[in-house]
Design a protein around this ligand. Structure first.
Ligand SMILES: [Ca+2]
Ligand SMILES: [Ca+2]
Ligand SMILES: [Ca+2]
Ligand SMILES: [Ca+2]
Length: 369
């Protein structure tokens, strides 16, 4: 179970780095007017494409009815055979999206870093924070130890923009930040460490607010970070990206009808180098869908399979201790934090970070999920 304790600071103000931060803050403020109003400001003339539907051109796709039949597994987002072969012929296919051998050459780091928020390239996930006023800060982690923190440069973005994911969108091994505006615009901040180097609008814009970005990961093993979407009706879709350009999209097989489950994150929970989907049920159950690209292969409970205290929510996934096992970051509604170091789907240790409590809950964890 997540555990919790002692003192509280705002994310950017660990005692360790206060002095550094003040210096950084001054620097960041010098630059912030350029970007503070709009993460896409320097790219606003970029053409929009106008396909507002992240699942592509398959609006007419046949619906499959009861895809979450009651059974011996009521609480699990396993949905049975709700998308049998041949049942959705109208759905665009993208062929074999995980060709054999394609990821044999995958370098360890290139494969694993897709789902990291690693802003100092030490192969350990960091924690990205965003305050409701748009202020951005990173906690650099070494396992569960907070080693330092830094504001981003720029330090602040327009609060109308939400951080919806992180990933490496230009294959330079630097973690980038994916933003979505209230009106649907998508923008990537290409980063060099904690410094914005370029902001790029993604197209198409997604104006259908029923679709939300719920995660990132390389779902077709081409070393390009892809974007996972969920529709409020349960449909899941992946945007296969080529850098910051949408190259194709594909619905996940299956969809999920039980709205008590939410996508809590992505990560590789069975060490096959393919991103899986972590689910959290509103009653605290935890389950993983093992994926092969956009296809569900099998599902498994986490061990433990439930966190009874509903005040704890999964707020991020990543590899905090660089053992190539995806770990889980938790936050309680009062601001306490906990990190589950995992071995596959098994909890190895549950530890509060060295600063375990950010009592100002206008600071939100927006790390990779
Ligand atoms: Ca790091
Ligand atoms: Ca990819
Ligand atoms: Ca996997
Ligand atoms: Ca780990």
């Amino acid at each position: 179970m997540p555990s919790a304790f002692r003192y509280s600071v705002i994310p950017a103000l660990s005692k360790v780095t206060l002095v550094t931060l003040l210096a950084c803050a001054t620097l960041a403020q010098a630059f912030s007017p350029v970007f503070a109003q709009n993460p896409g400001a320097d790219d606003s003339s970029q053409p929009r494409v106008g396909d507002d539907n992240p699942k592509g051109d398959d609006d007419n796709q046949p619906r499959v009815g009861d895809d979450n039949p009651k059974g011996d597994d009521d609480n699990q987002p396993r949905v049975g055979d709700d998308n049998p072969k041949g049942d959705d012929d109208n759905q665009p296919r993208v062929g074999d999206d995980n060709p054999k051998g394609d990821d044999d050459n995958c370098l360890t780091d290139d494969c694993d870093r897709q789902n990291r928020s690693d802003f100092n390239d030490d192969s350990k996930s960091d924690i990205l924070w965003r305050k409701d006023d748009g202020t951005l800060s990173v906690w650099f982690m070494n396992g569960t130890t907070l080693t330092s923190s830094s504001y981003l440069n720029p330090q602040k973005a327009d609060p109308k923009w939400q951080v919806v994911g992180t990933g490496d969108f230009n294959s330079d091994r630097q973690t980038d930040i994916l933003w979505q505006h209230k009106d649907g615009d998508l923008v990537t901040w290409l980063m060099n460490g904690t410094t914005l180097t370029r902001s790029i609008s993604l197209s198409p814009k997604v104006t259908d607010k029923k679709w939300q970005v719920v995660g990132t990961g390389d779902f077709n093993s081409d070393r390009q970070t892809d974007i996972l979407w969920q529709h409020q009706d349960g449909y899941l879709s992946v945007w296969y990206m080529n850098g910051t350009t949408l190259s194709n999209s594909k619905m996940l097989n299956p969809k999920l009808d039980d709205k008590k489950w939410r996508v809590a994150g992505t990560g590789d929970f069975n060490s096959d180098r393919k991103p899986d989907i972590l689910w959290q049920h509103q009653d605290g159950y935890l389950s993983v869908w093992f994926m092969d690209g956009t296809n569900l292969i099998s599902s498994s409970w986490l061990n433990p399979k439930q966190v009874a205290d509903k005040k704890w929510q999964v707020v991020g996934t990543g590899d905090f201790n660089s053992d190539r096992q995806t770990d889980i970051l938790w936050r309680k509604d009062d601001g306490y934090l906990s990190i589950w170091l995992m071995n596959g789907t098994n909890l190895v240790s549950s530890t509060s970070p060295s600063i375990d409590h950010v009592s100002d809950t206008t600071w939100k964890v927006v790390s990779s999920r």
